[in-house]
Design a protein. Structure first.
Lengths: 326, 304, 705
């Protein structure tokens, strides 16, 4: 166990180091003069540029800048925004992260059980009708880019169908825009969450269900399934007790990986729906050239992904007797 | 001949793709879009995507019942541009960027992966860890950051940096997918390396390059083909998404993602067709590529 | 229940098909069998002949793409299984009909503890639960000789050794006291020592019960030692069925004779004897011949064999044979070595020089290995790292001395994990040695292939175990052979092409094989190409690492004959590695026995099967399943717990399993090498003469001597 954890944690810190270096290099070194970028490019005056340079400590050597930034980041000092005048980066990011997390939680609650069920059904009926239908669905409609499905949901489902007489008589109504106040509480936000969460669900659905299907099909071919069947127990018991147990184990890892996927998808979805989450903040920050804010957002994202991977690995190792924890 | 055995596999792969209805449909659609990308300028009624007609916001004249295209089959947008021509002309950029980006990443990524896998040891360990670490940053985030920065840089017009900045999405796709392809190539190489024909080559005293490229590479190609088709479908997805977010082609390019973005919101009520046709084009292409790459995966797995 | 049926299992005209694409292929045709309670019937055949299909069909359990064709009958204790519903079959599977699978490691669920899996079977059989069920499980574990059954129950399958997994599988099948037991190659993949233990166990457990057993195996030896009747299957059809003694002494079908003659028996040697081999390959199911399925490979085939399908005829003495010519052929079908050559025809006469014994001619020393060792470092655990302890490395090869003379074969035997393959890879230079010296023709040879000169590389070549992997799938046979010709012999590409064809001819492959790719070659053909490739650089020494163990017996014999013939022609030396003592004994002049990284016995091959032997060799020899039911075998059963190479036993490494351990000295002192006048060396604390007295009754005695 110790050895396993040690290796995991070492990797955790190494990844942190590499990704922070990558982001630092991209944002501080690649632009040549980050101060000028922040100040607004070619039009900025020399005074504006040097003022920003002074303020951000860009006159120090690169390693020094990196260390300062990392230690500030770790201490929770993520700087002040330029794009959103006066606000503290950390407050802003934490608030938006919370909102995105709400959206992600709803999307996960919708997608994980559904996709596991679809994957298991498809896997158990390999190449038969249910499998063919599920495969076609997951390969087509469900794997469209989020902005296509998102716009469909906004323009067709919310605006056209939502305002039809039928929908009104059913009391079925989704807001077309999810541009709620960033400070709203969860219950205030919930009505605005359904459509974007559904859009985020679709891509995950395709991904997780296909891997689950593959897992079930692979396990069904194993000799132990025959052993179990020839014990004379019911086929249902063979599936529940033997097949699913082994087929669904790797899904833990898959779900963790798909969280990274979902973060990408959420950027687009938040943009389409105007939802005040981390993704729309990132786009605004990039458009407004707020390098410090961009850096902090990317590091927060990486942290979330690394932790979800770490938890998934530990859960997998604990549940799978074949992974030695020695 | 060595190449003939590989050609033979590709021909049989193509045949397998056409034999199944799903993958046949996908492959034919992809080829159709590919033809649009190649001959778009000849096929479009208005070869200049920014030709403006006086008829702004004209409804589509396409009449499926009578099989007539009409003057503006997909209508015109709010600036009077022919949506039909713009959709046809837009095929080129998405294919060029996604296709070339995939090609570059597959070539460089597989070279890196083959080297890591065959060499092993600390080189492999360190490069592998770096790749894993890079993969912890979501692809779209990294792409947004990269595009956002490079596009804001000031370069002299005509310099190579400016050329690079113009092709920033292509560059980003190549860079993002190199580690992913490398990881696949590496794991397949690790498997092939243990085969005894590699040991037989080592016993003959073959050079490292000979063993990597002539003994191992042919057996890695099937999994690279699967990965390349998968990467291509993700690349199309990514190019379209970046275009939509305003991080791809700049207006007034006839980029599908950009066209969708330009015509959403309030404009959608005025000219829904200006959003719907490019959106449908993206959807069709993504579905077609997915069906084809799924067919490739099945065919290769069955073959092995 | 209906009146007691005369047979426990009565099968007639059973035809089983598989759907491949849109076609139904008839994998097994017209199968019949009658099994009495308490009887063990063996079902032998080579890979692809339909054995496993029959096994599952007898259970009435077929994959979804398989079906039993109508017109067949399958009766178990008078009940028609083919008419049974799934639910009825489940009740039978739970209690009365049990299956023991081939690969127990895969047949046990990897994520469920052993105890729960066995209790599940018990619950399905008797509804037994709780303490009663647990007690009977532990009792069953005792019966299959599982040490510490309570702890085994708590383990997961991957934590057990292969032998223990197989015991669990057997326990799981026997726990419901079944009437019928179908065992599908239950010892394949196990070491010969473990196999002997499991077979002994099966024999014992069956004798206590009244269970009828169908025992499926590709290994004639196992069947000869265990079964009362034998059914020989080929390409999905029964070729012959007889009492075990009748079958082995007077086979009536040419295929049966071919199989028996293909297997070298202990004591057989390449000097003076060629193995009976069966030419060609089994027919493909998609293109079955219209006549006898064996006609293409049969030395006795005449026109009628190719046009008309022979019926399964009843012969006197309660036996069956499917052959047009059994009556004419019967007198010639006598499995004695002399007759063999007559049957085989004059196409491959024995070279007269084969009569020379080992050691004759005083050839020069070709290769000398001195104190060779190979250690694999082990990564420290966190605690070890903190305390600064360096974990002990895995000592795969530890101080091995060997000599090999030009043109001779040195056989290397041992169980899996003994370090034989590592030794081979170190000598060939695929792995760097950790210590010791390697000389070839008196010259030091460098560590790794990368440092060796082309001259050394061309002198040392290797033939690998797995024909599936030893050829590059993207190179044709000609391309595979021509590369070493260009690289190591410096031929021009044109000359190399011509020479490649000659080499193919030398390994008995026609010129049309030159442009075939590995996926168009059978296993034996691939191995021939690999042998031609190894001979291309005209090496002095070829290392053969289990070159025939992945091949079917009929093909195996042809490859062994080929190796013997090429050695004769080229005067090359072999280092021949195998777990199969009979095979090594057949081909080798000298034999070295390896255990846990060290040699324990080195001597002339002809002495291997006679005392004195090292106690480990004695156990290995006694464990050989001999393909002759009259062979009386005093089995020396070893425990199947091989110590780990990281944590080696002190003193004599064999003391933890040695049946002849004499006392504390075995645990504390490394045993000395003892040598007799003939140069036979044994490393043991017991003096040679004492060993010989202990072992006076040879463990293998031929029935007719």
């Amino acid at each position: 166990m110790l050895r396993f954890l040690r290796r995991r944690f070492l990797f955790f810190f190494f990844t942190y180091l590499i990704s922070s270096l990558t982001i630092f290099f991209l944002l501080r070194v690649l632009p040549g003069d980050p101060a000028r970028v922040i100040a607004g490019g070619r039009e900025a005056t020399e005074e504006q540029v040097s003022e920003i340079r002074e303020k951000l400590g860009l006159n120090a050597s690169l390693p020094e800048q990196y260390l300062t930034w990392v230690s500030d980041f770790l201490r929770g000092d993520w700087g002040e925004t330029i794009a959103f005048r006066g606000a503290d980066n950390r407050d802003l990011i934490l608030e938006r992260t919370r909102n995105s997390a709400r959206l992600a939680a709803v999307a996960l609650l919708l997608s994980v059980p559904t996709s596991l069920a679809l994957g298991v059904i498809a896997g158990l009926s390999e190449n038969k009708l249910p499998d063919v239908i599920i495969s076609l669905l997951t390969l087509s409609v469900v794997s469209l880019p989020e902005f296509v499905t998102g716009l469909f949901l906004v323009n067709i489902v919310a605006l056209r169908w939502g305002r039809s007489a039928l929908a009104e008589s059913l009391g079925w109504w989704f807001p077309a825009s999810s541009a709620v106040p960033a400070t709203a509480s969860f219950s205030e936000m919930l009505p605005a969450l359904w459509l974007p969460a559904f859009a985020a669900t679709l891509v995950m659905l395709a991904y997780i269900s296909r891997l689950t299907r593959a897992g079930v099909i692979e396990e069904l071919k194993r000799d132990y399934v025959r052993t179990a069947a020839l014990k004379g127990i019911a086929w249902r018991a063979v599936i529940w007790r033997h097949v699913l147990r082994n087929a669904l184990l790797p899904t833990i890892t898959v779900i963790a990986i798909s969280i990274s996927w979902m973060i990408s998808g959420l950027v687009v979805i938040e943009f389409v729906f105007g939802f005040p989450g981390l993704g729309s903040l990132l786009i605004a920050a990039i458009e407004r050239r707020d390098l410090l804010l961009v850096q902090a957002i990317v590091m927060v994202t990486v942290t979330i992904i690394l932790f979800s991977n770490l938890f998934a690995d530990m859960a997998y190792a604990l549940l799978n007797p074949r992974v030695s924890l020695e | 001949m060595r190449s003939s055995q590989i050609t033979r596999s590709f021909v049989s792969l193509f045949r397998t793709l056409l034999r199944q209805p799903q993958s046949a449909l996908g492959t034919i659609l992809v080829l159709f879009f590919f033809a649009l990308a190649l001959f778009g300028a000849q096929l479009a009624p208005y070869p200049n995507p920014n030709d403006q007609s006086h008829d702004v916001r004209l409804s589509p004249t396409l009449d499926l019942a009578r099989l007539q295209l009409g003057e503006h089959p997909f209508g015109t947008d709010r600036l009077g541009r022919d949506v039909y021509s713009r959709v046809i002309l837009g095929a080129n950029s998405i294919f060029r960027i996604a296709g070339l980006g995939t090609l570059i990443s597959v070539i460089l990524g597989s070279a890196l992966g083959l080297f890591m896998g065959y060499h092993g040891g600390w080189v492999d360990e360190i490069l592998g860890r770096i790749i894993d670490a890079l993969l912890a940053i979501p692809a779209l985030l990294l792409a947004l950051v990269l595009v956002g920065i490079i596009r804001n840089l000031d370069f002299e017009a005509g310099s190579w940096q400016a050329g690079l900045a113009d092709n920033v999405v292509l560059l980003v796709i190549s860079v993002l997918y190199i580690p992913i392809v490398a990881r696949v190539a590496r794991s397949t190489t690790l498997d092939i390396k243990t085969r005894e024909f590699v040991a037989a080559a080592e016993i003959r005293g073959e050079s490292q390059a000979y063993i990597i490229f002539r003994e191992i590479l042919p057996s890695v190609i099937p999994s690279l083909v699967v990965e390349a088709s998968l990467r291509f479908s993700y690349a199309i997805f990514l190019v379209a998404s970046l275009g939509f977010l305003g991080f791809g082609a700049r207006p007034p390019s006839p980029d599908w993602g950009l066209m969708v973005n330009e015509n959403r919101g309030g404009f959608y009520q005025l000219t829904p067709w200006a959003l719907e046709f490019p959106a449908v084009a993206i959807a069709l292409l993504v579905i077609a590529v997915n069906l084809m790459s799924d067919g490739i995966r099945r065919a290769v797995q069955k073959g092995s | 229940m209906p009146a007691k049926a005369p047979y426990l299992l009565d099968v007639d005209k059973l035809t089983i098909s598989y759907r491949v694409g849109k076609r139904w292929l008839r994998a097994v045709r017209d199968f019949r069998l009658q099994l009495k309670a308490g009887e063990i019937i063996g079902l032998v055949g080579e890979s692809g002949c339909g054995k496993s299909t029959v096994a599952l069909a007898l259970m009435h359990y077929l994959a979804s793409n398989g079906r039993v064709e109508s017109g067949g009958a399958l009766h178990f204790a008078g009940e028609d299984l083919l008419a049974k519903s799934n639910a009825d079959m489940r009740r039978l599977w739970a209690k009365r009909i049990k299956f023991v699978p081939q690969n127990a490691a895969a047949a046990l669920n990897p994520s469920i503890r052993i105890g729960r899996q066995v209790l599940e079977a018990l619950q399905a059989a008797d509804g037994a639960e709780g303490a009663v069920a647990y007690e009977s499980m532990i009792d069953m574990f005792h019966q299959v000789n599982l040490v510490d059954p309570e702890r085994v129950a708590e383990r997961y399958p991957h934590e057990l050794s292969g032998g223990m997994q197989q015991r669990v599988a057997i326990a799981m099948a026997l726990i419901s006291n079944p009437e019928l037991l179908i065992m599908d190659e239950p010892t394949t993949g196990l070491d010969v020592t473990t196999e002997a233990v499991i077979l002994e166990l099966v024999r014992e457990l069956i004798a206590q019960r009244d269970t009828g057993v169908i025992y499926i195996s590709h290994n004639l030896g196992v069947v000869a030692q265990l079964c009362q009747r034998v059914v020989v299957l080929y390409a999905g059809e029964i070729m012959e069925e007889a009492e075990v003694h009748d079958l082995f002494e007077q086979p009536r079908h040419p295929y049966t004779l071919g199989l028996i003659g293909s297997v070298p028996k202990p004591g057989d040697s390449k000097h003076g004897l060629r193995l009976q081999s069966i030419s060609g390959n089994p027919p493909s199911l998609t293109r079955l011949p219209g006549g006898c399925v064996y006609a293409d490979r049969c030395p006795l085939a005449v026109d009628i064999c190719r046009s008309d399908k022979p019926p399964l005829e009843s012969l006197p003495g309660d036996r069956l044979v499917r052959c047009h010519r059994w009556e004419e052929a019967a007198p010639t079908l006598n499995p004695s070595p002399i007759k063999r050559e007559e049957l085989q025809g004059a196409n491959t006469p024995l070279p007269s020089s084969w009569e020379k014994g080992p050691g004759d001619g005083g050839a020069a020393t070709l290769m000398r290995v001195t104190d060779l060792s190979k250690r694999f470092p082990v990564a420290p655990t966190l605690r070890e790292a903190v305390q600064g302890i360096e974990p002990s490395p895995i000592r795969a090869v530890d101080g091995v001395d060997l000599q090999l003379r030009a043109g001779q074969t040195l056989g290397l035997v041992g169980e899996s994990g003994s370090g034989k393959t590592t030794l081979a890879r170190v000598i060939i230079g695929l792995q760097e040695r950790s210590g010791g010296k390697l000389e070839l023709l008196g010259l030091d040879v460098r560590n790794s292939v990368r440092e060796r000169s082309e001259d050394v590389l061309s002198k040392l070549q290797m033939v690998f175990q797995n024909p599936q992997n030893s050829l590059n799938p993207y190179l044709s046979a000609r391309q595979a052979i021509r590369r070493p010709l260009i690289k190591l012999r410096g031929l021009t590409p044109d000359d190399a092409d011509a020479e490649a064809l000659k080499l193919l001819d030398r390994v008995n492959l026609r010129a049309e094989y030159a442009e075939r790719y590995p996926d168009e070659l059978s296993g034996g053909e691939k191995q021939r190409v690999a042998i031609a490739r190894a001979f291309a650089s005209e090496p002095d020494l070829i290392i053969c690492d289990e070159p025939v163990s992945a091949l079917d017996v009929s093909v195996q014999a042809a490859v062994l004959n080929l190796l013997a013939q090429l050695q004769e022609e080229h005067d090359s030396a072999y280092l021949f590695i195998s777990h199969n003592l009979s095979v090594v004994g057949y081909l080798a002049d000298t034999i070295a026995v390896m255990y846990l990284g060290q040699l324990f016995e080195v001597g002339a091959a002809r002495d291997l099967f006679q005392p004195p032997y090292h106690p480990y060799t004695e156990a290995l020899v006694s464990a050989i399943p001999v393909a002759d039911p009259k062979h009386k075998t005093e089995r020396i059963l070893l425990s199947d717990n091989l110590p780990s190479a990281q944590n080696l036993p002190s003193g004599c490494r064999f003391h933890t399993r040695c049946p002849r351990k004499i006392g504390e000295i075995c645990e504390t002192d490394a045993p000395p090498w003892r040598e007799d006048e003939a140069g036979h060396q044994i490393r043991c604390h017991i003096p040679l003469d004492e060993l010989e007295i202990m072992q006076r009754d040879p463990v293998l005695t031929k029935g007719d001597e």
